[in-house]
Design a protein. Structure first.
Length: 67
């Protein structure tokens, strides 16, 4: 299974930089970079924190797809 994410789309829509989002969710900018590139599976807490920033559900931002 692969993780598909809309974090970059939502981040750009709201005008946030990767570093700003990282600061809001208490993560490193590199974590956001890897997450947006599909190279990192976030913890449930991080996924919920990011969803909270954008006022959406976790399911809106993240989806597991078959490879």
């Amino acid at each position: 299974m692969a993780l598909k994410t809309k974090v970059k789309e939502y981040r750009e829509k709201t005008g946030l930089k990767q570093s700003e989002l990282a600061e809001l969710v208490h993560a490193r900018r590199e974590t956001i970079v890897h997450l947006e590139n599909g190279k990192y599976n976030p913890s449930l807490k991080l996924a919920m924190d990011i969803a909270r920033v954008f006022h959406v559900t976790v399911e809106t931002l993240f989806e597991f797809t078959e490879n």
